[in-house]
Design a binder for this molecule. Structure first.
Ligand code: KG4
Ligand code: ZN
Length: 336
């Protein structure tokens, strides 16, 4: 018997809904992005995000059901992101999912946003099965996760300060490129020299796989300030490429170290930064030297979406991991 899960995602600035069959087959994927409303502020404004979610969530879910050619009666369960994220934004999705679950008498599945990002790989790679190591790098998170099973995860390393995507967004802002910064730096870096400036790669103590991106961020900002004070013009493409090179070096090296320590022969990458073209290529090339294969979702499934939530929800559904109608949003929800 097929299992259809309706996924709902509203943790940041995308209102999204999707229907997934048996955890792997996408029947619909609707994403309403609010980027244009946040752009002029240079980042996500939480109150605007919550209000936009409220305005759009009903129509996004209607569209997801319609595109999938199903009605609520056909759905087996409702999966929703309940953390981590912006509390007001999360509450919109959680309240909506609770209302749907109650009104249609379906189970409610609470999904951790990072588990969702990891699960995007199950959709793009039908043969992928745990165990493997996954780098999750987005605007809010940078984690190296050992995916022991579909529902059992171990954090091998995490950022001690900024998330990788946050650093991309900040550097794009100081370079005057716009928001969100990741795709803009990715594009500009293609025209620059990645070894033009040697920005620092922070190494924590020997045994740690943790990241730190505030040092490279500050180094780029200081470099730009100094050039400005001396009246020098900088080659923005070189800066973008050198910054990206430093960040992707750290992401790749720590992730590979995680794979070598755990002995897993597959590395997955996930989250918005997994859309980065240099990260994908570097990870693939570096892993190949160790006989490790690399998988990543298409860009549309790297950034926030709801089919990844439905996919993760499917594996919770199989385990009977349901929530009551007292489910609340948890902005700092830990992964394990
Ligand atoms: O996963 P996501 O949509 O939202 C969070 O959960 O945070 O990730 C958004 C982040 C932003 O910081 C954005 O700049 C970054 O992902 N991003 C990229 C690229 N595309 C999106 N970073 C680097 N290169 C890209 N191509
Ligand atoms: Zn995300």
């Amino acid at each position: 018997m097929d299992t259809l899960i309706l996924g709902i995602e509203s943790s940041c600035d995308e209102t999204a809904a999707g229907v997934v069959k048996n955890g792997r087959e996408v029947l619909s994927n609707v994403i309403n992005t609010q980027i244009d409303f946040h752009k002029k502020y240079g980042g996500v404004v939480p109150e605007i995000a919550s209000r936009k979610h409220i305005e759009n969530i009903d129509s996004v879910i209607d569209e997801a059901l319609e595109n999938a050619g199903v009605t609520l009666a056909d759905i087996d369960a409702v999966a929703v992101t309940y953390g981590p994220g912006l509390v007001g934004a999360l509450l919109v999705g959680v309240s909506e999912a609770k209302a749907i679950a109650y009104a249609s008498d379906k189970p409610l599945i609470p999904v951790h946003h990072i588990r969702g990002h990891i699960s995007a790989n199950f959709i793009s790679h039908k043969e992928l099965e745990p165990p493997f190591v996954c780098l999750v790098a987005s605007g809010g998170h940078s984690h190296i996760v050992e995916v022991c099973s579909y529902t059992d995860f171990k954090v091998l390393g995490r950022t001690r300060d900024d998330a990788a995507g946050e650093a991309f967004d900040k550097i794009a802002r100081v370079l005057g490129l716009g928001y969100p910064g990741g795709p803009l730096i990715d594009k500009l870096a293609k025209e620059g020299n990645p070894t033009a400036v040697e920005f620092p790669r922070v190494k924590m103590d020997k045994d740690s796989l943790d990241f730190s991106f505030s040092g490279v961020k500050t180094a780029v900002i200081n470099f730009l300030h100094k050039a400005d004070q001396k009246g020098e013009t900088v080659n923005k493409a070189d800066i973008a490429a050198s910054f990206q090179n430093a960040v992707t070096d750290a992401l790749c090296e720590h992730t590979i170290e995680g794979a070598l320590r755990t002995g897993h022969k597959t590395v997955a990458i996930a989250g918005g930064v997994a859309a980065n073209s240099q990260l994908r290529k570097k990870m693939t090339d570096m892993c190949a030297k160790h006989g490790i294969s690399v998988v990543y979702p298409p860009s549309v499934l790297c950034t926030d979406n709801a089919v990844m939530i439905a996919c993760s929800g499917y594996y919770s559904y199989r385990e009977g991991e349901f929530a009551g109608l007292d489910l609340n949003a948890v902005p700092n929800l830990p992964l394990t």
